[in-house]
Structures are given as C-alpha cells and as structure tokens.
Design a protein around this ligand. Structure first.
Ligand SMILES: Nc1ncnc2c1ncn2[C@@H]1O[C@H](COP(=O)(O)OP(=O)(O)OP(=O)(O)O)[C@@H](O)[C@H]1O
Ligand SMILES: [Mg+2]
Length: 259
C-alpha cells in the first residue's frame, strides 16, 4: 500500500483539486483508495458532498476514537473518505500539551486491521502545523502540487527543506513521490518558462504529467462530483488520468530489483 501526503504550505496551489481527482482516477483505474481530508477548510469533503460533518476526525486526533470510526463510503466505487470539519482547526490547541502529537494519525492508521486500500491520499492544509506534520509522519511519500507561476517556485525550496527535516527527525521512510505542475496554461510563454525552470531546478523530481488550466476542474466541486463523473473527457479528467497512470507506473518501478 502506498501512503501519499499532498502538501504545499502555499495556499491555492492545487492540493485539494489533486487529492480529489487523483483519488477518483486511481479508483477508476481499479485501485482502492482512502482519502483523508486533514484540512479544517474541508474542501475535499465538501467536494464529495460531505457537509457539516460532526466531530469524528477531531475525536480521532484528540481523544480515544479509532480512525475506522471516521471512515465513510464515497459516492464513487473504490473510494473511501475520512471527512474533515472546521473543528479540526482546534486540534493544534487541544494537543498543545500532548507528547508526540505529530504521530497520532500514524498510530491510529497502523492500528486499522486488514487495510483494504492500495493508496492512502492525505489532503493537507496550507500550513506546516501539527495537522500537516501528522500527514508527513503517516505517509511515506509526498506529492507536491505547484501552480505554474514564478511566485509559486519560491516557497518550494523551503518546503523541500522542511520535508527533509521531517525525514531526519520523525519519518526516515519519507520520500518525494513527485512535484506536480498544476494550472499550466500552454498558451502563455510564462507558464512554459516556469515549467522548464521547474524541470531543470528539480531534475528527476517533476512528474511528466502536468495538469492544465481547465475550467471544468474549478466547476466540479459545485456539482459535488470528481472530474471523472462531472466532465469525463475534458482535459482536466485526462490530465488526472495521466497522473494516475504515472503513479501506478512508479509502483512497478518500486518493485523492480535494483541493479
Ligand atoms: N487545473 C486547474 N484549472 C483551473 N482551476 C484550478 C485548477 N487547479 C486548481 N484550480 C482552482 O484553483 C483554486 C485553488 O485550488 P485548490 O483548492 O485545489 O488549492 P489548494 O492548494 O487545495 O488550496 P488551499 O491551500 O486553500 O487548501 C481553486 O479555486 C481551484 O478550483
Ligand atoms: Mg485545499
């Protein structure tokens, strides 16, 4: 099973759009997926139609509740979801006197018997606080969506440093699965330049798949459907299918004996 945190401390970089639609395209490809929404904004949960969720995930993070108690079936096959709620904004404060509070989710996740999933995807908030740290200790891989915009590249070096510190101190298994260029506009030179800069500065770390700017991706949450159900053949759906294929390809690579 692969465990992937979708992280970028920069707001609006495409984390939730990627979490929701990568979960859907992996599920469409026959993979069993658990999507955990760790963002108090609850955007991924709302996108899948989970409104006004109670305190299930909050209780998992701050009380004795098991993670199983917070898992819900989503509207699509092969996809389960742990919805968030605005209550999660209080986790940082509630855990301020707790020892090892950055590994709570990890321990609760490992305690689930017979995990049926091929992929765990965790959508993170745009801060590197206790919730994102919980994601980075639970996951073994990080997927970093970046907006194809010069400003977006500035925070990336800092983020990679933070990930390397978490690896050293909290989770030696943590690796960068890949950097994903989002909102790429092939019509502008700027977008092209940023993409080639990204590929040269972070060589070997950037996914071949890119997510183009696509209005259908912005509309889909209003219809409470992932892009595969809302507009199944649009560019956005194709791009996230390509990304799912590339991730599944990484799986094969990971199992090849190293020479
Ligand atoms: N490929 C795309 N084409 C068009 N719009 C997009 C695309 N990707 C993301 N968006 C839009 O950009 C905005 C930010 O995207 P998203 O919510 O996925 O970012 P985020 O990193 O999760 O934000 P936050 O940090 O607030 O959680 C949203 O309005 C979304 O609809
Ligand atoms: Mg988000």
């Amino acid at each position: 099973m692969r465990t992937i945190a979708i992280v970028n401390q920069k707001g609006g970089s495409g984390k939730t759009t990627t979490a929701v639609n990568l979960a859907a395209t992996l599920a469409e490809a026959g993979k069993k997926v658990l999507l955990v929404d760790l963002d108090p904004q609850a955007s991924a949960s709302l996108w899948y139609g989970f409104k006004e969720m109670g305190k299930a995930l909050y209780a998992v993070m701050t009380e004795d509740a098991k993670l199983e108690s917070a898992i819900e079936k989503s509207s699509i096959d092969n996809l389960d979801i742990v919805p968030s709620s605005p209550l999660l904004a209080g986790v940082e404060k509630a855990l301020s006197n707790e020892v090892a509070s950055e590994t709570i989710l990890k321990h609760k996740f490992f305690k689930i018997p017979n995990k049926p999933w091929d992929y765990l995807l965790i959508d993170c908030p745009p801060t590197l606080g206790i919730l994102s740290l919980n994601a980075l200790t639970t996951a073994n891989e990080v997927l970093v969506p970046v907006e194809a915009h010069v400003m977006a590249l500035h925070g990336l070096v800092q983020l990679l440093k933070t990930i390397s510190t978490v690896k050293q101190r909290l989770n030696p298994d943590l690796e960068i699965a890949g950097i994903l260029a989002c909102r790429v506009d092939n019509r502008t030179k700027h977008s092209q330049e940023v993409l080639s800069q990204l590929r040269s500065r972070f060589e070997g770390k950037v996914y071949q798949s890119v997510i183009r700017e696509n209005i259908r991706l912005a509309e889909a949450p209003l219809h409470l459907k992932p892009i595969t159900s809302y507009a199944t053949s649009c560019n956005g759906a194709q791009d996230y299918r390509n990304l799912a294929k590339e991730l599944i390809g990484q799986e094969k690579k990971a199992t090849l004996p190293s020479s």
